[in-house]
Design a binder for this molecule. Structure first.
Ligand code: SAM
Length: 289
C-alpha cells in the first residue's frame, strides 16, 4: 500500500503530483487526521464479514483504512478526475471497487446484490455536505439495504438529526431519520482536521437501522403529515394541516384534525414541534381512516 494519506504533507503531495485541487462544487474537504479516521472506523463497528459502501472516497484516505477492516469495500465517486490518483492510493486494496458515478443516481440494491449476495451493507462516509439530506433520504428509501450508516456531516445537521420534540433543532429531518434508525453522535470534528478547512464544525453520526420501524404507521401518510406540519412551522398543527394537506386522495378538514388531536389528548393549538414520532404516528393512523 502507498503511504497513508492522513497526514497533511502526504495529501498535499498526492494532489500536487496529479495536478489536482479540492473542488468546492463536489464538497471536497479531505480528511487529514488519522485519529478522526480511526475514530470513524471504530464507530462504524465494521468487521471482515461486512461489505461497506463508501460515498465519495476522494483521494482514498478513509478507503485505505476501510479496506483493511472490512471484507469488501465499494466506493462511489462522482469526480472522474480522481481515477488515476485512486488507482495509485488503492493499488494494494484488492477487496475494493471504485465506481465513478453520482451516488444519487446509483441503484443501491444492485450494489447489495452484486457485491454482498443481497445481504445488508454498512455505509461509511465523510459526506459531501451540499447533498447531505438527499443522500440520507436515499439511503433509507431502500428498505433493509443498510445495517448501519456512519457519516460525517455538518455539526448543525447532526444536531437536527438527533433532536427531540420541543427543541429548536427538531423538525422533519429528525423524524425522517428517527423513523428508520437510532442516531448517536460519536464525535465533534473541528475544521483543522480537513484540507481545505470547511467553515463549520462537523460531527460523526452512527445510525443503527431498525429491523422494523419503532412506530406503526403508513410511511406515506406519516411523512405527508410531517412535511405539512414543518413546512409552516409557525402555524399551529391544526392550521398547517387544514390548508390543502392531502391524505389518501382527500383534503383534511380542520374539524378532522382538531378531533384527532382531542382523541390524542393534545391541545388544539399545539405546534408540530411538540409532537413526538409516536404522536405523529398515532395522528396518521387516526387521519388515514
Ligand atoms: N472520503 C474523502 C475524505 O474523507 O477525505 C473525501 C470526502 S469529501 C468531504 C466528499 C467526496 O464526495 C468527494 O470526493 C466528492 O468528489 C464526492 N462526491 C460529491 N458529490 C458526489 C456524488 N453526488 N456522488 C458521489 N460522490 C460525490
Amino acid at each position: 500500500m502507498s503511504e497513508f494519506l492522513t497526514n497533511p504533507g502526504c495529501t498535499r503531495r498526492i494532489l500536487d503530483k496529479y495536478g489536482l485541487h479540492a473542488k468546492k462544487k463536489y464538497g471536497q474537504n479531505f480528511l487529514i487526521d488519522a485519529d478522526i479516521v480511526t475514530g470513524i472506523i471504530r464507530a462504524s463497528k465494521i468487521t471482515k464479514d461486512d461489505c461497506v459502501l463508501e460515498i465519495g472516497p476522494g483521494i482514498g484516505t478513509m478507503t485505505q483504512y476501510l479496506a483493511l477492516e472490512a471484507g469488501k469495500v465499494v466506493a462511489v465517486e462522482i469526480d472522474e478526475s480522481l481515477r488515476d490518483v485512486l488507482s495509485e492510493t488503492l493499488d494494494a486494496c484488492t477487496n475494493t471497487t471504485v465506481l465513478f458515478q453520482d451516488i444519487l443516481k446509483t441503484d443501491l440494491n444492485k450494489i447489495r446484490e452484486t457485491y454482498n449476495n443481497g445481504k445488508r451493507l454498512k455505509c461509511v462516509a465523510n459526506l459531501p455536505y451540499y447533498i447531505t439530506t438527499p443522500i440520507l433520504l436515499q439511503l433509507f428509501r431502500e428498505e433493509h439495504c443498510f445495517d448501519s450508516i456512519t457519516v460525517m456531516v455538518q455539526k448543525e445537521v447532526a444536531e437536527r438529526i438527533i433532536a427531540g420534540p420541543g427543541s429548536k433543532d427538531y423538525g422533519a429531518l429528525s423524524l425522517a431519520v428517527q423513523y428508520y434508525a437510532d442516531p448517536k453522535c460519536e464525535m465533534i470534528v473541528p475544521p483543522h482536521c480537513f484540507m481545505p478547512r470547511p467553515g463549520v464544525d462537523s460531527a460523526v453520526l452512527y445510525l443503527k437501522a431498525y429491523d422494523t420501524p419503532p412506530v406503526e404507521a403508513d410511511p406515506d401518510v406519516l411523512f405527508t403529515l410531517i412535511r405539512a406540519s414543518f413546512n409552516q412551522r409557525r402555524k399551529t398543527l391544526a392550521n398547517a394541516l387544514s390548508h390543502g394537506c392531502m391524505i389518501n386522495g382527500r383534503t383534511l378538514t380542520r374539524d378532522e384534525v382538531t378531533g384527532a388531536l382531542r382523541q390524542l389528548n393534545l391541545p388544539e393549538d399545539v405546534r408540530g414541534e411538540k409532537l413526538s414520532l409516536e404522536d405523529f404516528a398515532a395522528l396518521s393512523r387516526l387521519l388515514a381512516d
